[in-house]
Design a protein around this ligand. Structure first.
Ligand code: 4AD
Ligand code: MG
Length: 472
């Protein structure tokens, strides 16, 4: 137990106390936090204080005759204070205990005339414009605590199952996915870069002596780890410079990418399903207060939907069958449905929400719409890809078995017009001790969207990066 000079609100309300024996009722506590509201009359002030340790506030009761009027007047919504006093059983409804204040200090005032969170009930759009303050709202406190719990659960899951956490680079000279435009990384003077004789930018003079970018995925390096350590996962930021302004895309998002030697497609699906169920069960068991708040405020079906994931087997379906179902659905879609076309989120959601009413793992996609590294099927047309499709989200996981045959991979790279020389190290793994292996990528923010019931991906990451938006 860390010994500090304060008791958190969670500790005080939990009644457990920081020393494990309980800063129980009757004991003195010092609480520090930000004022949510203050109400009262000329005899008494009731201050609702929150310190981020829980969605719940603790009530500080200040006898107005015992404190200077001037001090109580400066305690307004948003101000940061310290209150020391006795923890007592609460007389009022809505809380079990409260603090009968003996001393109050003000660390920082928040002038009601210009404090942006003075009033409750701001729109999420407005809060995005003050993203530097929004963690102080109930909504973002809840979302960020759930986000933390999910990050912890991810590491715990992999550690408990014998996976190693591999740190893959963020700066890369290769384009792993062809997944979209990349952000260039350079120290060259972009207004006057050095030029080669043919007039091209001379990247040999750049910091790394070559053209480099921010990575779109840690997978290719993850594969190198899996082909040595057996079972690895990455968990880090990834970057995509697509100009897609949707509620499910960020330019900077976090991805979890397990990669496992000797896995077949079925193993990969089993891992994905077990992993997602574990994470959602973890949230239900460990984030109850925050989920109850989010359910009440934003999404009345939240916990029912989360339970639906834990309690149902995921449907496993061939892409080709999925296309047949969509064609036969009689549904009007905005985007066309035909074998060989990629699915849009409206198609994915139809399969999950309307047709099966369960999560779906779609497998064996056409090779032409998937990445070069996916294992080719005997039919010569499809690859061993798997996407996990979720209600409200569409694709939450994308993965595959990897092509382990040097000859097949080389033929594919040539056919796609890619430069084998840039991937020489990747190709080498298929020359020496090549092994079947598979993995997938889970979009962390898509998981948090699903678990919190929030509707926009900008509201589940502290500082969203989207086109034209990188202020704070
Ligand atoms: O399907 P993707 O592009 O797959 C890969 O990057 C593979 N290298 C993964 C692997 O096999 N190791 O991305 C994986 C997941 C998607 O299913 C989605 O959840 C999320 O990453 N994702 C995004 N999330 C937020 N914003 C974006 N722009 C995203 N693009 C993908
Ligand atoms: Mg994908």
């Amino acid at each position: 137990m860390i010994r500090t000079t304060r008791t958190t609100v969670a500790e005080a309300l939990g009644g457990g106390g920081k020393d494990g024996k309980g800063n129980g009722v009757g004991e003195e506590v010092t609480i520090k936090g930000w004022v949510r509201t203050k109400r009262g009359n000329k005899n008494v002030a009731f201050i609702a204080l929150n310190d981020g340790s829980t969605i719940n506030n603790i009530q500080i009761v200040a006898d107005a005759t015992a404190f200077p009027e001037e001090l109580l007047a400066r305690i307004t919504t948003g101000a940061c204070i310290r209150a020391t006093g006795t923890l007592v059983d609460s007389q009022g409804a809505g809380q079990s205990v409260e603090v009968q204040a003996r001393e109050i200090d003000i660390y920082g005032e928040a002038d009601p005339a210009d404090y942006p969170l003075q009033k409750k009930g701001h729109s999420l759009e407005f809060l995005r414009e003050i993203a530097y303050l929004r963690p102080r709202t109930n909504t973002f406190g809840a979302v960020l605590r759930v986000r933390h719990a999910m990050a912890y659960a991810i590491h715990k899951y992999f550690n408990d199952n014998g996976f190693y956490y591999l740190h893959t680079p963020l700066i890369t000279a290769s384009d792993a996915e062809g997944a979209g435009a990349m952000f260039q990384v350079t120290t060259l003077d972009v207004s006057a870069p050095p030029r080669t004789e043919e007039g091209k930018v001379d990247y040999s003079q750049d910091f790394f002596g070559k053209h480099t970018s921010l990575t779109v995925s840690g997978q290719l390096e993850g594969e190198l780890g899996a082909l040595a350590l057996g079972q690895i996962y990455t968990f880090g930021p990834t970057f995509r410079a697509e100009n897609s302004n949707t509620p499910r895309h960020l330019a900077e998002f976090w991805m979890i990418e397990p990669e496992v030697a000797f896995y077949e497609l079925e193993d990969d699906m089993n891992l994905a399903e077990d992993f997602l169920k574990y994470l959602i069960r973890y949230a239900l068991e460990n984030c109850a207060d925050d989920l109850a708040f989010l359910e009440k405020m934003y999404d009345e079906e939240l916990t029912a939907r989360l339970r639906g994931i834990v309690e149902n087997d995921f449907v496993r379906l061939d892409y080709t069958e999925g296309i047949e179902i969509l064609k036969a659905s009689g549904q009007k879609f905005e985007f066309p449905v035909a074998w060989g076309l990629d699915l849009q989120s409206e198609h994915e959601r139809y399969l999950v929400e309307k047709h099966f009413k369960k999560p779906v793992i779609l497998v064996n996609y056409p090779a032409s719409i998937k990445a070069f590294y996916m294992k080719q099927n005997e039919d010569g047309k499809t690859v061993q890809a798997m996407d996990v499709l979720f209600p409200r989200i569409g694709e939450i996981i994308g993965g595959s078995v990897r092509e382990e045959s040097y000859a097949k991979l080389k033929a594919k790279i040539d056919a796609e017009g890619m430069d084998e020389k840039e991937l020489w190290w990747y190709m080498d793994t298929r020359r020496w001790g090549s092994a079947p292996h598979a993995g997938f990528g889970l979009g962390f923010e898509r998981l948090i969207l699903f678990v919190t019931g929030m509707a926009n991906i900008r509201d589940v990451i502290p500082f969203p990066r989207t086109p034209k938006n990188a202020e704070f």
